[in-house]
Ligand binder design. Structure first.
Ligand code: NI
Length: 403
């Protein structure tokens, strides 16, 4: 079956590159992917999938029935949005939209999703089970997955696969990561409220700037003494505002930051930990505080069994040299984790790097991909999907590896 999948994908290569270039020329920002969604829906219905549009606001869901011999329903998720970046490549199919660019490869993801639908639909009766294709909007603002899940796209799903391009991995190579792939990313705001007074008479005031400086210092010191160093956590205060004049003691300081962690237990305990520290500093000096801790997306934890499935399929298709085991997770965030709250899944990295020239990073205005990676991605995804039902045991959610 693998060689059949490879043959079909190879025959589709010119069409897939055409699709990707169309998407690349017509980028749309998060939550506004109307043209992209309509285009995706058109391709999916031409392959005979049943489709639903306007799911998760602007998303598209396509379903392939297969033989339905096996009740397990597999989801394949790709994202469709572009970034507010002015493209600076010399490509003939560069963005036609001023200030918008597919600089994170979501045009490639959408193409891989569509290519996988084309390949699996050509397998016809040979496809053992049902596949649901999720084309989500608004990944870059970490909202789209939540919108999709709210609209029920994970109902009945027993496993989910996804992909993200990676320019530092060469095209033709698949990046595999067991356990934590990306971090939980939360927003933090702390307001310290003291009492104003004359700069010459500090004993009559409560100095919010001095207390805020202790809060920042203590958070940074304490985080290294109270958290397991093998479970990464980063707290960054990136913005601080307060005070009105050099000789007036400030009564109010506002701190804003981001908190990243990989291990779910660490992530769970962080709000309480931060509050204890802030309270213990404010209380002796008579300052008040307010903390707003907003949960962003959780950490992506790749399921062991499904990651093994992708690794085996990639090895069968591309040999051992076609696989790179990723030994370090990223402290970036990815809203694929929202789907993983409903079913086990895995995201693999698709190498899109050129072997013979400089590769610009994701979100760079000169980011480009080696398009030969598209067929690699489609074959890997389609073969993993096909193999999903060949596993005799139901895929239960395996315990996550510690980060
Ligand atoms: Ni991305």
């Amino acid at each position: 079956m693998l060689s059949r999948i490879k043959d079909i994908a190879a025959s589709l290569a010119p069409r897939l590159i055409e699709i990707r270039r169309h998407l690349h020329s017509h980028p749309e920002l998060s939550g506004q992917e109307y043209q992209t969604a309509a285009y995706v829906a058109g391709v999916l219905s031409s392959c005979g999938l049943s489709i639903r549009e306007g799911v998760g606001k602007v998303g598209v869901v396509g379903e392939l029935a297969g033989q339905a011999k096996d009740p397990r329903l597999l989801a394949i998720r790709t994202d469709m949005d572009a970034l507010p970046i002015q493209e600076r490549t010399a490509l003939e199919f560069a963005s036609r939209q001023t200030g918008k660019m597919h600089a994170c490869g979501h045009d490639v993801h959408t193409t891989v999703g569509l290519g996988t639908a084309m390949v699996l639909s050509q397998l016809g009766e040979a496809l053992p089970g049902r596949v649901r294709f999720l084309f989500q909007p608004a990944e870059e603002i970490a909202q789209g997955a939540g919108w999709m899940v709210q609209d029920g796209v994970m109902d009945g799903v027993s496993g989910i696969l996804s992909v993200h391009v990676f320019p530092s991995i060469p095209a033709g190579v698949i990046g595999i990561r067991y356990g934590a792939l990306t971090a939980a990313a939360d927003d933090l705001e702390i307001t310290i409220m003291g009492e104003s007074g004359h700069g010459a008479r500090p004993h009559e005031a409560v100095d919010a700037i001095w207390i805020a400086s202790q809060v920042i210092t203590t958070l940074q010191q304490a985080i290294s003494r109270t958290h397991n160093p093998l479970r990464p956590v980063v707290l960054t205060i990136g913005q601080i505002t307060g005070g009105r004049a050099p000789n007036v003691i400030a009564d109010r300081v506002h701190l804003q930051g981001t908190v990243r962690s990989l291990h779910p237990e660490t992530s769970r305990d962080l709000p309480r930990w931060i509050e204890q520290i802030v309270a213990s500093i404010c209380q002796p000096y008579g300052a008040q505080y307010e903390i707003s801790y907003r949960r962003g997306v959780p950490s992506v934890q790749n399921d062991i069994a499904l990651t093994q499935l992708v690794e085996r399929v990639a090895e069968a298709a591309w040999g051992r040299e076609g696989i790179q085991i990723i030994d370090e997770p990223s402290l970036g965030a990815e809203d694929f984790s929202i789907y993983l709250q409903a079913a086990p899944g895995t995201m693999f990295r698709l190498g899109v790097g050129f072997r013979d020239r400089r590769n610009f990073p994701l979100h760079h205005p000169q980011f480009e991909v080696d398009e030969t990676a598209i067929v690699t991605g489609v074959v890997t995804m389609a073969a993993a999907a096909y193999q999903y039902w060949q596993q005799s045991q139901p895929l239960l959610k395996a315990a996550s590896l510690p980060a």
